[in-house]
Design a protein around this ligand. Sequence first.
Ligand SMILES: [Ca+2]
Ligand SMILES: [Ca+2]
Length: 290
Amino acid sequence: MVVLGAHTARVARATALNVTRFDDPIPGGCDPGDCSLREAILAANASAGHDTIALPGGTYVLAQAGSDDTASLGDLDITDDVTITGAGAATTIITTTMADRIFHIPSTANVSIADVTISGGHFAVTGDGAGLLNNGGTLTVTNSIFSSNHAIGLGGGLYNITGTVVISSTTFAGNTATSVGGGLAFDDGTLRIIDGAFLDNTADTSGAGVAIRGGTTTIDGSTFAGGETISGGGGGISIASGVVTITNSMISGNSASSGGGISTSGTLTIIGSTISDNTTISSGGGGGYR
Ligand SMILES: [Ca+2]
Ligand SMILES: [Ca+2]
């Protein structure tokens, strides 16, 4: 006779959650063969430890209107460590029919998002971070796109209040903010942008591509083009405060009221980069910065 399992240990392991539907019904469990993106997020939040969520190619449309920070209604609140991976930004698209943002990290979770497009987040009244709002998390975004997200406030694509944000091989295109940071607004913490592209974003005030208001930022191998502010500085990048280092990047073809390419009152170091063909409406230098 063979006795099995006498010393079987309980091992905590990541749950692999597979999303299988593109719509957003009233959430139940993330069941095999019947799991929405919202149900997967709820399951990952509820299960202790890091989990993974796989999104096949397709367009995921959020529709459960309401407001909470538990992901049952409205934006997708991520409250525990998770990795969300699509099939590629060209085919895995996350959008919404609601007047709300797409993702919200209201905690210190460690979140990785890869190979998706986050598009169409918008608000009916004041709201920041239409694509994604991070408040304390450690966020890594890789091989993804933020497009056509519209904040009535700060950070059309992404707004970081505090936390660590790493943007890698990711494009921000056609996002808008009525305040600062059409593509991305960053207040405090650590920001790294590697091989990023900020294209045709708009801010009513400053920082059409990226608006930096504190913390430590490094930008490498990135492109800022076609950004446009209405009344403020920095068609490419605005730096109100903080320490910023830009290397091997191109800031070209942006326009602003002042500082067509870059507007700074922070601490800025630029190495091996091209700043060209930027225009200004009132003052501060089209090509350069002030
Ligand atoms: Ca979890
Ligand atoms: Ca929320």
